[in-house]
Design a protein around this ligand. Structure first.
Ligand code: HPA
Length: 274
């Protein structure tokens, strides 16, 4: 873990030397969601492979880039592509970028993801603001020796998604007449989608949507005191009584269609942050 701390510091200095200067907002872009990058006046764009200690790319991540620039005058650092537990990384590896963001001065974290709709009020392409989550992944990024520099051994999770950020996101959605649900996200490992019985189970425990990411990052953001918020795009409707086969290409296509409205919403929110 001392080594992990050294790695965080080393990667942070590398990025600062590369010109990632005082980013205010950190952004993690989910599967099929990268249009926000077109709102950034890009100043730096570094491939994950060239960043020391960043997890090594898997096939899925040939497009992994860390982008630095401004949105509405606000300095941002955006992860174009995230790491998932199902790829075989450890929880510490997939959350490493969050600790690095904190170390280079990020003050707010915005995440996005593609998710399955468990709540039958949600339709494909809808946006959902997370107001809570249920961790169904079998591992935890905070497991192991906890150095004081990492934050509390037992972080509070009474408000995992920051109320101030969520209020701002809701306000910006309203100004744009953009429908935005609120819901509870259940995180599973994947990479398979769920069975009908699993969707019934996930619904019964109080979740509105399900996906394979985000929760580890949010746990770490809470430990390091980084206020965060997440907007999900519903890519498939998980109705156990009428379940149709879904293909990942379809999930990516639906996410791609909703990408524009999500990116405009995030850009409007970011312009208000400091
Ligand atoms: N289940 C899990 N993850 C997902 C889904 C789903 O139905 N849709 C998009 N990501």
């Amino acid at each position: 873990m001392h080594n992990y701390l050294e790695q965080i510091k080393e990667t942070a200095s590398f990025l600062v030397n590369e010109g990632f200067e005082k980013p205010v907002v950190g952004i993690v872009l989910g599967t099929g969601l990268s249009e926000l990058v077109s709102h950034i006046q890009i100043e730096r764009n570094v491939a994950y492979e060239t960043i020391p200690n960043f997890p090594l790319s898997t096939v899925e991540f040939h497009k992994g880039n860390l982008v630095y620039g401004k949105i509405g005058g606000v300095a941002v650092v955006a992860m174009q592509g995230r790491f998932h537990y199902y790829e075989g990384y450890s929880m510490q590896q997939i959350t490493f970028p969050i600790r690095v963001m904190k170390a280079i001065g990020v003050k707010h974290l915005l995440l996005s993801n593609a998710a399955g709709g468990i709540n039958m009020g949600y339709k494909k392409g809808d946006l959902v603001l997370l107001d809570d989550h249920i961790n169904l992944q079998p591992e935890n990024p905070l497991r192991g020796l906890n150095l004081p520099e990492f934050g509390s051994r037992f972080p509070d999770m009474s408000e995992p998604y920051n109320k101030g950020l969520n209020d701002l996101i809701r306000q910006k959605a309203k100004e744009r007449n953009l429908p935005l649900h609120a819901g509870v996200y259940a995180s599973v490992v994947g990479p398979n989608l769920e069975t009908r019985a699993e969707y019934r189970y996930i619904k019964s425990i109080g979740a509105d949507l399900v996906g394979m990411s985000t929760v580890p990052e949010v746990i770490v953001a809470n430990q390091v005191g980084l206020p965060c918020a997440c907007v999900s795009v519903i890519t498939d409707e998980c109705d156990p009584d009428n379940l149709k086969p879904v293909d990942i290409s379809e999930i990516i296509a639906v996410a791609g269609k909703a990408d524009k409205k999500l990116s405009e919403l995030f850009a409007a929110v970011i312009a208000e942050l400091s």
